[in-house]
Design a protein around this ligand. Structure first.
Ligand SMILES: *[C@@H]1O[C@H](CO)[C@@H](O)[C@H](O)[C@H]1NC(C)=O
Ligand SMILES: *[C@@H]1O[C@H](CO)[C@@H](O)[C@H](O)[C@H]1NC(C)=O
Length: 432
């Protein structure tokens, strides 16, 4: 078996990237540099979720006919426009919410223009009123009284949790805690509501197959090493799945990690792999794994004994790297949303992942109905596709800090455009 080279530490690697870039042409041969960048890409994406294959293609709107927010008779909030509102104020700021992570904290890190906060999402056919209305925290709290919501996913899910918690915290300061097994909780005692987060990048069972001991240890779950990862496409991640029954709402999402090298398993046997370097294993595209993982997880939730709640699939939030990828100088310097007249372009594999999610959602709906589980699609893809201005870009860290992406066009600023996801969530919770 070919073994991938081991990288001593991410920090060392990042320092290397920074040191190397300006001098590279002088001191490093081109093949060595290419090998290094590929390796850097792989490692970096393990930690910060960045897909490392970028081949922008245009997606047609053919998949849009499948879109259904399933929010009952109310308007479809997933289609609409971003409209400028110079008077718009964020629900919270870096000064009023303590839960914003460094890599989301664009205000603190001096993003030069905060104009990206002056846009409202105005859904089509919902009347202008909905576009102007601020998130109704009182209504949200009324709907969730005595209930709990579990978010399961990667750092993008973590960002949504923080957006929600920061917004609600303006009404009631939550109590934060952790419980064994990696669950993080925010309790709002006066409103008898709990938000729980569990970090898992694939939804299905996974294990880092090769890496230094500190990376493969049970606590690290592979944060610091360049895989490949073993992905058991037909088994939900048992570290969180049994906990779903204890919640009224479960929000699942996953995408960017699937672009990484991985060996795919079915029934405990190797079924294929992506970029794994094994000649005797069938090459499969990451889209295959994305589709299979969502099939597994949605069916598990739809058919889960004892779960009578609402399972929500939040779709891909697209990245917006231009002039390169995250590892070779790609950036996102737009200062306003994309023109609605421009064609919708989604970098692959984001577009493929999105189609896989929407189709697997539709395929699981019948099983969910039979079992009395509400299955809802929270389709954020098209609205986020139009927000290249909402990423941290160079302002996800302070000058000289090496945490996270150097230039981050994958995560989103908080506060920022993803705060509108809470409006979609509210509409789903209020629906039949
Ligand atoms: C592929 O080959 C390696 C050794 O070259 C072996 O260890 C591995 O089991 C093989 N995998 C499969 C699925 O046959
Ligand atoms: C919030 O951001 C401002 C700049 O907009 C900065 O001066 C301040 O230190 C930040 N505060 C916190 C708590 O991050």
């Amino acid at each position: 078996m070919k073994t991938l080279p081991v990288i001593p530490s991410l920090r060392g690697l990042l320092a290397g990237v920074r040191r190397t870039r300006p001098d590279a042409p002088k001191i490093v041969s081109v093949p060595a540099l290419v090998a290094f960048l590929i390796l850097a890409a792989v490692t970096f994406s393990v930690v910060f979720l960045g897909p490392f294959q970028w081949s922008p293609t245009t997606t047609t709107s053919s998949s849009s006919s499948l879109i259904s927010s399933s929010a009952g008779a109310e308007c479809d909030m997933t289609r609409g426009q971003w409209v400028r509102d110079p008077a718009a104020l964020p629900y919270y700021t870096n000064a009023t919410c303590a839960f914003i992570e460094g890599y989301q904290n664009c205000m603190k890190h001096g993003k030069p223009s905060l104009e990206f906060l002056r846009w409202r999402w105005r859904p089509d056919g919902c009347g202008d009123e909905l576009g102007r209305r601020r998130f109704d925290a009182a209504r949200f709290f009324r709907l969730v009284r005595g209930k709990s919501i579990l978010f399961v996913g990667d750092s993008m899910a973590s960002s949504h949790v923080r957006s929600l918690v920061c917004t609600l915290a303006q009404v009631e300061a939550p109590e934060r805690s952790r419980s064994p097994g990696g669950f993080e909780h925010w309790r709002f005692p006066a409103h008898r509501f709990t938000v729980t987060f569990f970090w898992t990048p694939f939804q299905v069972r996974w294990r880092l197959s090769r890496g230094p001991p500190e990376a493969v240890g049970p606590e690290r779950q592979g944060e610091v090493f360049a895989g490949p990862t073993d992905l058991h496409l037909d088994e939900p991640d048992q570290r969180w799945a049994p906990a779903a029954k204890g919640h009224d709402y479960v929000v699942v999402s996953a995408s960017h990690w699937f672009a990484r090298p991985a060996v795919y398993y079915r029934g405990g046997r190797v079924a294929g792999c992506h970029a794994c370097g094994l000649a005797n294993v069938t090459a499969l595209r990451p889209e295959h794994a994305q589709r299979a993982a969502f099939r597994t997880v949605l069916r598990a939730l739809a058919g889960m004994k004892g779960f009578k709640g609402t399972a929500i699939l939040r779709t891909v939030a697209p990245t917006h790297y231009e002039n390169g990828g995250w590892f070779d100088g790609g950036e996102c310097t737009a200062t306003e949303p994309a023109d609605p007249e421009d064609p919708e372009e989604m970098a692959e594999p984001d577009g493929e992942f999105y189609r896989a999610q929407v189709e697997e959602f539709a395929a699981a709906a019948e099983a969910a109905r039979r079992n009395g589980v509400r299955l809802r699609l929270m389709d954020v893809t098209k609205m986020m596709l139009r927000r290249p201005d909402g990423h941290p870009d160079r302002y996800g860290h302070g000058p000289g800090e090496h945490e996270g992406f150097d230039i981050d066009c994958l995560h989103w600023c908080l506060p920022g455009p993803i705060d509108v996801w809470n409006d979609l969530l509210l509409q789903i919770l209020a629906g039949r």
